[in-house]
Design a binder for this molecule. Structure first.
Ligand SMILES: Nc1ncnc2c1ncn2[C@@H]1O[C@H](COP(=O)(O)OP(=O)(O)OP(=O)(O)O)[C@@H](O)[C@H]1O
Ligand SMILES: [Mg+2]
Length: 507
């Protein structure tokens, strides 16, 4: 094989799902030692293509070459044997076992299983080589999300992966962890390994990619362009064919009266352990308060106690003068609290029901949809059409099953439903997670609009760029407490990152 032979090449790959042409004659080429970003809107076909490389899906048509040789990748095991390793977003690690045990788990050679000390030594060597610091003897449950991701990467390196595929790896990381991941990716590429990197964060792509391939609706629209010299706008234009407004104009607003007031709230998590500890905060009208934090520090419980989905142990929660502590979710909604939950298709929507049913879910007891005890379907239909138009929801029709929509459009259905009732307080949890730049822009504009119209918004997010872009104030949550708070303008990313990791910072 010459240096110029691509380590991985796809020719004219076609993959169909019922009703969708997910990959439409895709050509793709990965060179030795490069970091190649794969970019595209939600549903463009990126994960489908990489799942074919990882042996999870079989292509309907087309050819794949590894190091110049035409190959069938029939299973994930076959992919690993060819040196292709996929790092999943939902880690496949066993919490009750150690790092080393997880790394050697599932290996064919039984001698590794017998020789744990030797495996530990080899794992430690790998960690030094790629500056991936984790104690080989630590248990998975003791590790942070970022550390668990490192273990996944080790696992692939240990199996001899020459090609690593990372599908939105930074979605779950703190800024510091993301930077460590980038350092690792650089050292791997410097040693001749090749990396396919998928992300909706254009800054990240510009920071680490050598080349970029763009997909649109299953097709490749730009193949292997050099990333050097490109701007975020160039990438956005390649992706969506129009300009994206990165700097949102956030009108100056003086916050109004206090809307949400939480005083010394304590609550437990699902395992009965303290999740919120003497938690106090205030959100005012015309204000977005952003809650920054690493997942699992009480964010979920915070949104649940406010919206009535979880009881409080002690403390009070008020909406204006109204005490909503421990009221039912329906009641809390009726007095003016909207909720964009993190699990869109769980708490957020009934995925088996139509777009219309989901849009009117909150209103079927009210005029004009309620007609006595019956539902006025004409009105329901009319209202749904208006919302679909106003919120620009791409759906074949009002009767389409909501579970069939793309991620961005699913999120718009929830926002349309929750915002159109003009809530006094909106609790938005990871409202743009996994959404492409266009959909993210739309959601941000909607939230800012609500703020200007007088809503108080509690925004819970792990995305610091998002928090900085649309919040007025940012509070950092760690271990069930607010550990710091600052105005969003001039907020110090570095400092927030440290606070998120539990490091004490003087403010
Ligand atoms: N297992 C599946 N069954 C049916 N349809 C699927 C399946 N996987 C993907 N699709 C569809 O194929 C298309 C491409 O999806 P894919 O997940 O590859 O997009 P993506 O570019 O990774 O998007 P995102 O940025 O949202 O992750 C979408 O229309 C999706 O709904
Ligand atoms: Mg994807």
């Amino acid at each position: 094989m010459s240096e110029a032979t691509p380590v991985l090449q796809a020719r004219q790959i076609v993959k169909r799902f019922p009703g969708t042409l997910a990959n439409d004659h895709v050509d793709f080429e990965l060179r030795r030692g490069e970091i190649h970003a794969l970019l595209g809107e939600n549903g463009a076909g990126k994960s489908t293509l990489t799942n074919i490389f990882a042996g999870l899906y079989r292509a309907d048509e087309g050819e794949i070459f590894v190091n110049g040789t035409r190959t069938e990748i029939g299973s994930p095991r076959a992919a690993i044997q060819l040196g292709i390793g996929m790092i999943y977003q939902h880690f496949m690690l066993v919490p009750s076992q150690t790092v080393t045990e997880n790394i050697i788990l599932g290996l064919d050679e039984p001698r590794f299983l017998l020789n744990l000390p030797q495996a530990e030594k080899r794992v430690a060597e790998l960690s030094k080589q790629f500056s991936l610091q984790v104690d080989p003897r630590a248990y998975i449950w003791q590790l942070s999300v970022g550390e668990q991701q490192r273990v996944e990467i080790w696992k692939m390196l240990y199996r001899g992966a020459q090609i690593l595929i990372l599908d939105e790896p930074t979605a779950v990381l703190t800024p510091i962890e993301a930077r460590e991941l980038f350092a690792t990716l650089h050292s791997m590429s410097a040693q001749g390994r090749s990396i396919i990197f998928i992300s909706h964060h254009l800054d990240e792509i510009l920071e680490i990619a050598d080349r970029v391939t763009v997909m649109q609706k299953g097709k490749v629209t730009a193949a292997g362009l050099a990333a050097k010299g490109m701007s975020k706008n160039d990438l956005a234009r390649l992706m969506v064919g129009r300009e994206i407004v990165f700097a949102l104009d956030k009108a100056r607003m003086d916050p109004g009266e206090a809307r949400l007031k939480m005083e010394n709230v304590r609550a437990l998590n699902d395992r009965g352990l303290p999740a919120l500890q003497n938690f106090s905060l205030e959100v005012r009208a015309n204000e977005i308060l952003g809650i920054a934090g690493v997942a699992g520090n009480g964010q979920r419980e915070l949104s649940q106690v406010i919206t009535g989905l979880r009881p409080v142990v002690s403390g009070r929660i008020h909406l204006g003068a109204y005490d909503l502590t421990d009221r039912s979710p329906g009641h809390i909604f009726d007095i003016g609290v909207g909720h964009v939950p993190e699990d869109r298709l769980g708490t957020g929507l009934a995925s088996g029901l139509s777009v219309m049913n989901n849009l009117i879910l909150r209103r079927y007891k009210q005029e004009p949809i309620a007609r006595g005890i019956a539902i006025n379907w004409g009105a329901a239909n009319r209202i749904s059409r208006t919302l679909i138009e106003r919120f620009d929801i791409a759906t074949p029709g009002v009767h389409t099953r909501v579970g069939a929509l793309s991620g961005g459009n699913t999120q718009k259905v929830i926002l349309a439903r929750e915002i159109s009732t003009r809530p006094d307080l909106l609790v938005a949890v990871h409202p743009t997670r996994g959404l492409d730049v266009g959909a993210t822009e739309a959601v941000h504009k909607l939230l800012l609009e609500q703020r200007e119209q007088g809503a108080a918004i509690l925004l819970i997010s792990e995305d610091l760029d998002e928090l900085l872009a649309i919040s007025d104030r940012i509070a950092v949550i760690f271990d069930g407490r607010i550990v710091g708070e600052m105005p969003a303008e001039n907020a110090d990313m570095e400092k927030i990152g440290l606070m998120m990791a539990g490091t004490k910072v003087d403010s």
